[in-house]
Design a protein around this ligand. Structure first.
Ligand code: NAP
Length: 516
């Protein structure tokens, strides 16, 4: 019998055996760097002349891999292959489809450190952050496999005399999966396996920053014995191959996670029916955030400062759920700024292949330049309290954890998603004012409050308008099955990844009624 779903435990790297295993994995992964990788279409490796290069953001001279870019021609081939595969894959019983995911989870568990090492080197995650990403990917496979088995059972309906009534969930068709670079394994795996286990075939267009980790996962799915054409790997620029596939008449649904700008564009393009298109495309779009932690005058201020600093600077602030605003009630404002500064100044920035760092490099040159320009904006919008620029003397994209206090609620750094290690601290008059400020952006992804006042906690529970609200804990670190994840407003379609409603986004309900 299949055991109940349980979250994958995190690795304790203070244990010598784990540390040694991770160091060995980093060495192994590195020894394979610099190779050229193909597209995977219908189970075949296809090379194109035009290559994109993935590099280590901690040392951009280091080439992780070179990847063939799909053009419209390969995109069309992949569409054809996915269409053919769908005709047989949709008939595979749900329990059997689930086993491909359980097998993938088992392979990933065996190769855990290798996957985490890739996450350190291709995108700059610290060991702990990389381990969390890998564990979440394993969780998605285990969770969605079980969910598909549950949803394939007869669904409860109201009895009606003289009829047999049935509701079942059937697959939709060909899906386009477009993940971001910031959880290049977990989010990619979550969206892809949800689509596949629901009986669809997919084209995966990975982020151009992280094709290596995406390719590695596609090879793992191949190793599970997944039939050819069910998962096709088509890296290439979002602006060309991405646009083409979004508009394609055979695309039935799009599972996207990324920025608000790209999500809205995809939503708009997908809404326009193409000649010969038979359906309204379904778009699952999880987008950006501008997440706040709100601190009350009656609160455990040390715990709040710990939570703020961990959520603001974990993975260099490059999580959609990262705390980019600390909103503090006036009575404890000065004390909180001091506590945040003390903790921030102790953070160690360094190469992600080392164990004892708190922060690695930011993802890319463009991210680096954009974050540094926001820091300059912030210096004019508030008081520089910690950090304030690049880490000197390093070749990679290293930025100091930066805190800017006395920021107005409507300042640019209070409103725009910076997606880097920059925290704005905002003073609120009282609790109601603090919650009003917390709700004053166009986003609504995560948020947290620290308070010991029951009435204030209840007020936040009701009025703080975010998809994932945390009370007396930080706003990052959602676990599959425990904290179904997705945001309100411009943060997306609130898909609740890792929750029990998620797979329904990849299926359609068919109701059948027979009168005897
Ligand atoms: P992004 O620039 O929007 O890119 C996301 C993906 O979309 C990439 O694979 C990208 O490919 C592709 N893309 C770009 N233009 C496209 C187009 N015209 N058509 C189709 N695909 C296109 O976002 P990112 O920088 O990778 O990720 C950071 C963003 O993701 C942040 O805003 C963050 O908040 C958000 N995020 C949200 C969640 C959530 O659950 N709400 C989770 C994680 C991240 P290329 O790389 O080739 O451009």
């Amino acid at each position: 019998m299949l055991t109940e779903f349980r979250n994958e435990p995190f690795t304790d790297y203070s244990q010598k055996a784990n540390e040694d295993a991770m160091r060995a994995a980093i060495k192994k992964v590195r020894s394979e760097f610099g190779k050229t990788y193909p597209l995977i279409i219908d189970g075949k490796e296809i090379k194109t002349g035009d290559l994109m290069v993935s590099t280590n953001p901690g040392d951009p001279k280091e080439i992780v891999g070179k990847f063939s870019k799909a053009t419209v021609q390969e995109a069309e081939m992949a569409m054809e292959a996915a269409g053919k595969a769908f005709e047989t894959w949709k008939l595979v019983p749900p329990h059997e489809r689930a086993r491909y995911l359980f097998k993938a989870a088992a392979i990933m568990r065996r190769r855990k450190h290798e996957l985490s090492a890739l996450l350190c080197l291709e995108i700059g995650k610290s060991w702990a952050e990389a381990d969390g990403d890998t564990a979440e990917a394993i969780d998605f496979c285990e969770f969605y496999g079980r969910e598909m088995m549950r949803l394939s059972q007869p669904q409860p309906l109201t009895a009606h005399a003289g009829e047999e009534n049935e509701l079942s969930y059937i697959p939709m068709g060909i899906g386009l999966v477009i993940p971001p670079w910031n959880f290049p394994l977990a989010i990619l795996v979550g969206m892809t396996t949800a689509a596949i286990v629901s009986g669809n075939s997919v084209l995966v267009k990975p982020s151009s920053e992280t094709p290596m980790i995406a390719y590695t996962f596609c090879k793992i799915m191949e190793e599970t014995g997944l039939p050819a054409g069910v998962l096709n790997f088509v890296p290439g620029p979002g602006s060309s191959v991405g646009d083409y596939l979004v508009q394609h008449k055979k695309t039935r649904f799009i599972a996207f996670t990324g920025s608000k700008e790209v999500g809205l564009r995809i939503n708009e393009l997908a809404a326009k029916p193409q000649a010969g298109q038979l359906w309204i495309k379904r778009v699952v779009a999880e987008m950006g955030g501008k997440d706040s932690i709100v601190v009350d005058k009656e609160a455990d201020l040390d715990s709040a400062a710990d939570g703020i600093v961990a959520a603001a600077f974990g993975f260099q602030g490059q999580k959609c759920s990262a705390c980019s605003r600390a909103i503090v009630v006036a009575d404890v404002y000065d004390e909180m700024v001091k506590k945040i500064k003390e903790r921030t100044d102790k953070l160690v920035v360094g190469s992600a292949d080392e164990r004892d760092i708190n922060m690695g490099p930011v993802a890319s040159k463009s991210a680096y330049e954009s974050i540094l320009s926001y820091i300059e904006v912030g210096k004019n919008e508030g008081k520089l309290t910690s950090g304030g620029g690049a880490v000197e003397g390093k070749d990679g994209f290293f930025i100091k954890p930066t805190v800017i206090s006395d920021v107005a609620p409507d300042a640019r750094i209070s409103q725009e998603e910076i997606f880097g290690p920059v925290l704005a601290v905002i003073k609120a008059k009282d609790w109601t004012d603090a919650l009003d400020i917390a709700n004053n952006t166009e986003f609504g992804l995560t948020g947290a409050v620290y308070s010991k006042n029951r009435a204030h906690i209840e007020q936040a529970r009701r009025d703080f308008h975010v998809g994932n609200l945390y009370l007396n804990r930080k706003c990052t670190g959602a676990l599959v099955g425990v904290h179904p994840f997705g945001g309100f407003n411009m943060s997306g379609t609130d898909s609740k990844a890792g929750g029990k409603d998620y797979l329904l986004l990849f299926m359609q309900g068919k109701s059948v009624s027979e009168r005897f």
